[in-house]
Design a protein. Structure first.
Length: 80
């Protein structure tokens, strides 16, 4: 499995933002298993990968935690 560096959130101190953006959809189960969904250039699903490798699980958990604190609660979401 390969993670590709996509960028750093602009105008945010590096220690406050995740520096790696995973370019595929992922699901994290029980802080133990990650499933990556892969898509082609048209957005169609082309496969998935499942891993329990601890360093990858930790990376996905920390990325999720970093963005979750900036999320809009569902009850407060107003589509534009």
């Amino acid at each position: 499995m390969q993670l590709r560096f996509l960028g750093i959130i602009p105008n945010t101190p590096t220690d406050d933002s995740p520096t790696i953006w995973v370019d595929n959809d992922f699901w994290l189960f029980d802080d133990a298993t990650v499933i990556f969904n892969h898509f082609n250039g048209r957005g169609e699903p082309v496969g998935k990968e499942i891993t329990a490798e601890q360093s990858i699980v930790d990376l996905c958990r920390s990325a999720f935690a970093a963005v979750w604190e900036h999320a809009t609660p569902h009850a407060e979401y107003k589509p534009e």
